[in-house]
Design a protein around this ligand. Structure first.
Ligand SMILES: C[S@@+](CC[C@H](N)C(=O)[O-])C[C@H]1O[C@@H](n2cnc3c(N)ncnc32)[C@H](O)[C@@H]1O
Length: 362
């Protein structure tokens, strides 16, 4: 008999299926079972692979328990255990050098996974996607990142490398559901903790400026998880606004979240002067250019601003706090820093931070 990959020849004990359990127990008690290889069933019989031929004395003993059995040499297949992780699935399929380059972490948006494929592994991207689909049953589509977030809409270009050819994700977070057109509007599941951190601070009656709203995660999570009065969700990317509209309806918050299509810099000073009790500014690359708009739209009795920025890891806060204070002063307003923290590391030199500050006065 010709062996196929992984098969091995062993002595085996054959018996009728009805005696299988008795035989298995006896072989196990003698530590004769070859556990790494599976049994082989036929229509009426079963074959157990064993570590060695039975001794005469053992055969005599077995006859008393299982009257009819036969010893043969046969090929058995190894018991295959399903790999549990992407790394485990690829360990033997990539060379050592390739394996060392593998980035095994990935983002998921509902059924869509987004993974980084290093240049050295580009030829193996289909294999990586297949392994990811096999080890994560809820994933139906695998995309690779084609580059960093770019442009004023902060889009992350992606390409499908495995699974279903669809880029519309349904993602759940904090009791909300979001439809997201992957690659056509910004979305980061990594900010979920931030959204709930802010939601917990919101008091009844607050009117919120949700600048740079994307498909709506900040204002919709706030609407579902706080006693806020209203949030104005301002966004420039028309595709993001289309999904913002849809997500507002999907989450039944149309009486609390109001979409506004346009540029924060143009709309806010005109329509929302002295207006907001709280403003969230999740545009870490460039929000400083919109600080004046935020300060103009802050309610004179007091407004809390959550300001995100990419900053040097070596000195994360000095320049940004300086800018906040100077900008407020320019409009005759006072500021008080309430909280500052790192949100995530972006690279070795750069981190993303949030600064919560209160601005008050006319
Ligand atoms: C980093 S994303 C954040 C999106 C969303 N808040 C989230 O967390 O998923 C920044 C968003 O700001 C939008 N944006 C950029 N410049 C803008 C502007 N001047 N006015 C309004 N929106 C702007 C982009 O299109 C993008 O959707």
């Amino acid at each position: 008999m010709k062996a196929t990959q992984g098969e091995c020849e062993f002595f085996s004990v054959k018996t009728e299926k009805r005696n299988a359990e008795k035989l298995r127990q006896w072989l196990a008690s003698k530590q004769l079972l070859e556990h790494n290889f599976g049994t082989m069933p036929s229509a009426d019989f079963i074959f157990f692979p064993i570590k060695r031929k039975l001794l005469k004395q053992e055969a005599k003993e077995l006859k008393k328990i299982v009257p009819s059995f036969a010893i043969n040499k046969l090929l058995f297949s190894p018991v295959t255990s399903q790999p549990q992780s992407l790394k485990e699935a690829l360990r033997k399929k990539l060379s050592e050098k390739e394996f060392s380059k593998l980035v095994s972490s990935f983002d998921t948006l509902g059924n869509i996974a987004i993974i980084e494929i290093p240049k050295e592994l580009e030829k193996k991207e289909k294999l990586i996607a297949k392994a990811l689909l096999e080890t994560n049953k809820s994933i139906k589509t695998v995309c690779k990142k084609l580059g960093a977030h770019k442009g004023k809409f902060r889009l992350e270009p992606v390409k499908i490398i495995g699974g279903e050819k669809k880029l519309l994700a349904t993602y759940r977070e904090s009791g909300c559901v979001f439809k997201i057109p992957v690659g056509k509007a910004f979305f980061s599941p990594r900010l979920s903790t931030e959204r709930m951190r802010i939601a917990k601070q919101i008091k009844a009656g607050e009117v919120i400026g949700a600048f740079f709203a994307g498909v709506g995660p900040f204002p919709i999570v706030f609407a579902k998880n706080s006693p806020m009065e209203a949030a104005f969700a301002i966004e420039l990317n028309p595709i993001a606004v289309k999904f913002l509209d849809e997500n507002i309806l999907l989450n039944k918050v149309e009486n609390k979240v109001f979409p506004v299509f346009g540029d924060v810099k143009k709309i806010v000073p005109k329509k929302f002067k002295n207006f907001f009790h709280r403003i969230v500014m999740p545009l870490p690359k460039g929000a400083k250019d919109f600080l004046e708009s935020a300060i103009i739209s802050a309610h004179p009795k007091g407004c809390i601003i959550h300001f995100y920025a990419f900053v040097p890891a070596a000195d994360p806060y000095t320049t940004t706090i300086d800018l906040i204070e100077k900008t407020a002063k320019k409009f005759g307003k006072k500021t008080r820093i309430l909280h500052k923290q790192q949100v995530r590391a972006f690279s070795k030199e750069t981190i993303q931070i949030v600064i919560d500050f209160e601005v008050s006065g006319n």
